[in-house]
Design a protein around this ligand. Sequence first.
Ligand code: GSH
Length: 249
Amino acid sequence: MITLYDIPSKLPGKAFSNNIFKARLAIAFKGLPFKTEWVEMCDIGPKMKALGADPTQTNPDGSPKYTLPVIYDDATGKCVSESMKIAEYLEATYPDKPSLFPFGTYAPIHLFNEYFPDVVQPGFIVFVSAFTDKLNPPTLEYIRRTREPLMGKKLEEMIPSPEEKVTLLAATKENFSKLDAIYASNGAGKMYFFGNIPSYADLILAANLIWIMLSVGMESNEWNAISNEWDGGRWGTLLKTLEKYNVNQ
Ligand SMILES: N[C@@H](CCC(=O)N[C@@H](CS)C(=O)NCC(=O)O)C(=O)O
């Protein structure tokens, strides 16, 4: 059984992180049974170190930094850190399950993974700042402690004004339209990055759409616009076919 380490929030499904949704969707897409172990952000370092997970980044003081997602697979005894490495591990270890990298499409999917953060970048602060009141106190306190000194301001001061939000979302919409043209180049009716075949590229997109939906609120005008109006409803339609992989176990 695979254990997925994820950060809890006050939301009903607890999960909220875009990077961790990538791993959650990838495990479910493969059809593998798994369980979630919830780790508040302040506990990621000590818990992942004790588990023997690899760090993924470096702290400002030069020490190794641990991030989630991490998985532990008791069938192989392996611990894997970092969402793309997790997808590659699942593909290599479970080749007979539905393919995350159909026809060996590793390079284009790596490219997509590098490119995608630029698509959401203008709206990033809008989306992350909306989670502040949805986080559990230990995680919120950790974010304050680690981010406020770096940014030189309080979290509350990082929340964009309603006017700024409109501008940032308009810039995000423009980026999504460029991605829409890329998807549309496959031809009419072809929903996925590789045409009719879903892959990890689409899961990267779906993970971020779920994160955006939870951030702005499923019932909000923003989510209605993003899912039903932006790019002729492409993103909402795509998410409808992939949200079944947002499994909470
Ligand atoms: N490229 C990494 C990014 C992982 C990442 O930044 N994870 C965040 C949660 S979304 C984290 O664990 N942060 C811990 C921290 O900042 O201390 C991946 O995709 O796995």
